[in-house]
Design a protein around this ligand. Structure first.
Ligand code: DC
Length: 226
């Protein structure tokens, strides 16, 4: 099998990981893998079955009934297929964000998803974003970035996004949800969110998207000769 390259981008919710990873993947001709979407699909599936994301026995009982496939459309956008059904749009709610954070704490879920993520990286050049990519999923990634920003800045970005879409948004509530998810994702026992020792820290609080993409492009070019 030909050698593949991998770029790991980890960080808390709302740091800009997906926007930046998507843009860089397009530029470099890499696959973009949004691993949060896979956890969201598990959360959505359990939710449809009425299983609480905290109910480890329930989650364990039903996880084998779930088949997740990742597909890409002509534009390179990732689609999540849950037992044959495209749920890409359904998993993008605040409710599923919280439930994904809770369901992702269980070992049984992380073990199943770990194999899936490594398998994609074995077959393709990837930019993968998530919480544990540089630390656990791809510890030998060619490039590791830890992308972060002040919680207030992340909340404001999410707020602006919702307003731009014409949806209702409550800034203090969004901030509270972000802080709660940060806490859960960094304090869980298995594969918690933290910066890999060899990851480059990029704080996006004061940077716009072009600035972040430029900074990361420079880091990538130093490490991968494309
Ligand atoms: O990136 P996101 O907001 O779509 O992720 C949703 C949740 O999934 C996040 O709060 C924690 C979990 N997650 C994880 O545990 N590990 C990953 N690699 C990606 C996401």
């Amino acid at each position: 099998m030909a050698k593949t390259y991998s770029i790991a981008i980890d960080g808390p919710a709302g740091a800009g990981k997906s926007t930046i990873a998507r843009r860089l993947a397009k530029e470099l001709g890499f696959y973009y893998v949004d691993t949060g979407a896979i956890y969201r699909t598990v959360a959505y599936f359990m939710d449809l079955l009425g299983i609480s994301p905290k109910d480890v026995d329930g989650v364990e009982r039903y996880i084998d009934e779930l088949t997740i496939t990742i597909e890409y459309d002509e534009e390179g956008a990732q689609h999540m297929i849950m037992n044959g059904m495209d749920v890409t749009g359904d998993i993008r709610t605040q409710d599923i964000s919280q439930k994904a954070s809770l369901v992702s704490a269980h070992r049984v879920v992380r073990d199943v998803l770990l194999e899936m993520q490594r398998d994609v990286a074995k077959r393709h050049n990837v930019i993968m974003d998530g919480r544990d990519i540089g630390t656990v999923v791809l510890p030998k990634a060619n490039v590791k970035i830890y992308l972060t920003a002040d919680p207030q800045v992340r909340a404001k970005r999410r707020y602006d996004e919702l307003i731009a879409k014409g949806q209702k948004a409550d800034l203090p509530r969004i901030l509270k949800e972000i802080q709660q998810r940060d806490y859960q994702d960094t304090h869980r026992e298995i594969a918690p969110l933290n910066q890999a020792k060899d990851a480059v820290l990029v704080d996006t609080s004061e940077l716009d998207i072009d600035g972040v993409v430029a900074a990361i492009r420079t880091i990538v070019k130093e490490k991968i000769a494309l």
